[in-house]
Design a protein around this ligand. Structure first.
Ligand code: AP5
Ligand code: MG
Length: 212
C-alpha cells in the first residue's frame, strides 16, 4: 500500500505516519526527518540544509527530488510506503508522478489532515521531539515512548520559524492538493480531535481505498 500524507506543519502527519507504519509494517518516508538526520550527521547536504530549515524555508526542488528518488528505489519500499512531507511544491508533485511511473507504482490514497492555522500555531509551539528517532509528542511528555530518550524542542518550532513555515505552506504547498484532487484519491480528514480518533479515520481512509 502506497500512502501520501498531506497537511500543514503541525497537522499530525508524523503522528499518524507512526501509527500507519506500525499497522501496515511499511516504511515512513519523511523528508524533514531525512534532512534532520543529514544535519545531525554533518553531511554536505546537512550543512546546506541546516540554515534553510532553521529559517522555515524550503530546500530546493532539485535536491529534494534526488533525495526522494534515492529513497524510493530502496528495496524496503517494495511492499509499500508512507510518504510525509513530499511533494511540497507543484514541481515536486510532477516529478513524483514521473518517479512513481518509472517504478511502476501508484498512490492508493492521499490523506489530507485539515487543521486550522490557530491550532497549528498552538501545537507547534508546544511540541516535543525525540532527538534519536524523531517521534513527536505533545507538551509535558516526559520521555520518548520508543527509546526512552529525553525530548527536546525542534529548532524550527521556535517562534521566529513557525510563522514562515505556515506562510510558505500556504503559498507553495496548498496548490499541491489540487494536483491530486483531479485523480479522485484525496480523503479529507478533520485533523482536530484526539489522536486516537484521527487514527481511526486515517485507517478507514487507507483501508477503504474508496474514490473520494
Ligand atoms: P517536516 O519535518 O516535514 O515538517 P512540517 O511539514 O513542517 O511538519 P511537522 O513535522 O512540523 O508536522 P507534522 O504534520 O508531522 O505534525 P506532528 O505529527 O509532529 O519538514 C521540516 C523542514 O524540512 C521544512 O520546513 C523544510 O525546510 C524541509 N523540507 C522537508 N521536506 C521538504 C520538501 N519536500 N521540499 C523542501 N523542503 C523540505 O504533530 C505536531 C504536534 O501536534 C505534536 O506535538 C503532536 O503530538 C501534536 N498532535 C498531533 N495530532 C494531534 C491531535 N489530533 N490533537 C492534538 N495534538 C496533536
Ligand atoms: Mg512531521
Amino acid at each position: 500500500m502506497n500512502l501520501l500524507l498531506y497537511g500543514a506543519p503541525g497537522s499530525g502527519k508524523g503522528t499518524q505516519a507512526n501509527m500507519l507504519r506500525s499497522h501496515f509494517g511499511i516504511p515512513h518516508i519523511a523528508t524533514g526527518d531525512m534532512l534532520r538526520a543529514e544535519i545531525a550527521a554533518g553531511t554536505p547536504l546537512g550543512r546546506q540544509a541546516q540554515p534553510i530549515l532553521a529559517a522555515g524555508k524550503y530546500v530546493s526542488d532539485d535536491i529534494m527530488i534526488e533525495v526522494v528518488r534515492g529513497r524510493l528505489g530502496r528495496p524496503d519500499c517494495e511492499p509499500g510506503f508512507i510518504m510525509d512531507g513530499f511533494p511540497r511544491t507543484v514541481p515536486q508533485a510532477v516529478a513524483l508522478d514521473g518517479l512513481m511511473a518509472d517504478l511502476g507504482k501508484r498512490f492508493d490514497r492521499v490523506i489530507y489532515l485539515e487543521v486550522p492555522v490557530d491550532e497549528l500555531l498552538h501545537r507547534l509551539s508546544g511540541r516535543l521531539v525525540c532527538p534519536q528517532c524523531q517521534r513527536t509528542y505533545p507538551p509535558q511528555t516526559s520521555a520518548c515512548e520508543a527509546d526512552g530518550s529525553e525530548l527536546a524542542q525542534r529548532e524550527d518550532d521556535k517562534p521566529e520559524a513557525v510563522r514562515p513555515r505556515i506562510e510558505i505552506y500556504l503559498e507553495k504547498t496548498v496548490p499541491v492538493l489540487d494536483h491530486y484532487r483531479g485523480g479522485g484519491l484525496v480523503s479529507e480528514i478533520d485533523g482536530r480531535g484526539t489522536i486516537e480518533d484521527i487514527s481511526r479515520q486515517v485507517l478507514a481512509a487507507a483501508n477503504g481505498k474508496v474514490r473520494a
